[in-house]
Design a protein around this ligand. Structure first.
Ligand SMILES: Cc1cc2nc3c(=O)[nH]c(=O)nc-3n(C[C@H](O)[C@H](O)[C@H](O)COP(=O)(O)OP(=O)(O)OC[C@H]3O[C@@H](n4cnc5c(N)ncnc54)[C@H](O)[C@@H]3O)c2cc1C
Length: 352
């Protein structure tokens, strides 16, 4: 087994998609649970906090960095068993998420095709319950295995214990920072037709009869590329963390006021979705744009993606403070205009 290496004062910017942030006091890369336990015990003996890091695609690390032990989770391996109806898949937390989606699509296992192209690792998927184009990770996750960073005990969570909601789980709320996830299990359907109910996908595939899983995966990748939401060498991508804010939920009376304002100002397409409790989920992109921060908006070396108004980007050479100040400005302007408090989807690390 490869011995655990712990390095001191390691720059983190290049380990994130924003490409900003200072160093970690210590950094360990772990490929198995034994080394993860050793890393946690090192942090404990030095009385330092730990930070689980996947691909850094949903974090904003402060310019001062992280004064603790960052643990880059690289635990690999995909195990599976399948019957005629379902496939049970268990993947190491360090497996690349889109590699897993492709792997399952190749086998004709249905359930995560709309989550194609989301950057990051399998271990982070339950943390914010990743979602896109009408699917979310919670629909297929059956269990999460983790190590408790406070006492090194292993823990198994079934789906009900994960507390899933919209961009939410116990791992980014009450137990935030507590557990390092090592494996995630999924249940997928075998030979079921793909999920293609989102209007962008319907529109993209309007000339395709009975699209295959592959066709839906390819459609999602193309739609995401057009929005600058795929990180690859063959498409325009930006230094961002994807959607910076969550789509807010608002009461009906407030929704009516916002609707009037938005319609007076040119409107947005497909921007409000009724919820089962009577509230409305509204597009953060639409309200940000209406509040004056349209696509391509420039704020020093930060800005808004020219292809998606929900993506704050580092235009080159931005600092974490500049990105955080820009996010705060957007929150202030949105609050002043709509009395909506935008909640970041991105995790802030090392900020006071
Ligand atoms: C271009 C772009 C597009 C995106 N599109 C989407 C999208 O469509 N839908 C969506 O939901 N998200 C999207 N995201 C956000 C991001 O891809 C997801 O949140 C992803 O799951 C983050 O994975 P990661 O490995 O990079 O996590 P990181 O950014 O490294 O970490 C994110 C959080 O999870 C925690 N974490 C990471 N790994 C573990 C672990 N093993 N155990 C415990 N905690 C852990 C970290 O401590 C941190 O709090 C997008 C991001 C980008 C840059």
């Amino acid at each position: 087994m490869k011995p655990l290496e712990i390095n001191e004062n390691v720059p983190l910017a290049d380990l994130t998609t924003f490409k900003v942030g200072g160093p970690a006091r210590y950094l360990a890369q772990v490929e198995n649970e034994d080394n993860l336990l050793k890393a946690i015990s090192f942090a404990k003996s030095a009385n330092l906090p730990t930070l689980a890091l996947g691909s850094g695609s949903n974090v904003l690390i402060s310019d001062a960095g992280f004064n603790g032990l960052a643990i880059m989770n690289r635990i690999q391996g995909i195990e599976f068993s399948a019957t005629n109806d379902s496939a049970l898949v268990s993947a190491g937390a360090g497996v690349d998420w889109d590699y897993l989606v492709n792997f399952c699509t190749e086998k004709n296992w249905q359930g995560i095709e709309c989550l194609s192209g989301i950057p990051g690792t399998v271990g982070a998927a339950p943390v914010q319950n990743i979602g896109a184009y009408g699917q979310s990770a919670e629909e297929v996750i059956t269990g999460v295995r983790a190590i408790d960073s406070t006492n090194s005990a292993s823990a198994e969570f079934n789906k009900e214990h994960c507390g899933f909601g919209y961009r939410k789980s116990i791992f980014n709320t009450e137990a935030s920072g507590h557990y390092v996830i090592t494996r995630v299990s999924f249940s997928l359907a075998v030979n079921r037709k793909p999920y293609a109910e989102h209007r962008d996908i319907i529109n993209f595939l309007k000339n395709t009869q009975n699209p295959s899983l592959h066709a839906v995966r390819d459609a999602v990748l193309s739609i995401r590329k057009a929005k600058g939401l795929v990180i690859s060498n063959d498409s325009d991508s930006f230094m961002s963390a994807g959607s910076f804010f969550k789509n807010p939920l608002v009461e009906n009376s407030l929704f009516m006021k916002i609707k009037e304002d938005i319609e007076k100002n040119g409107g947005c397409e497909n921007w409000a979705w009724p919820q089962s409790d009577g509230s409305m989920k509204i597009s953060a992109a639409c309200i940000i744009q209406t509040a004056g921060f349209g696509k391509g908006y420039i704020y020093g070396k930060a800005g808004i993606s020219p292809k998606h108004s929900l993506c704050i980007i580092n235009r080159g050479g931005a600092t974490a403070s500049e990105l955080a100040a820009f996010a705060e400005l957007i929150q202030k302007e949105v609050w002043a205009r709509f009395t909506i408090r935008l909640e970041p989807e991105v995790r802030f690390i090392g900020f006071r």
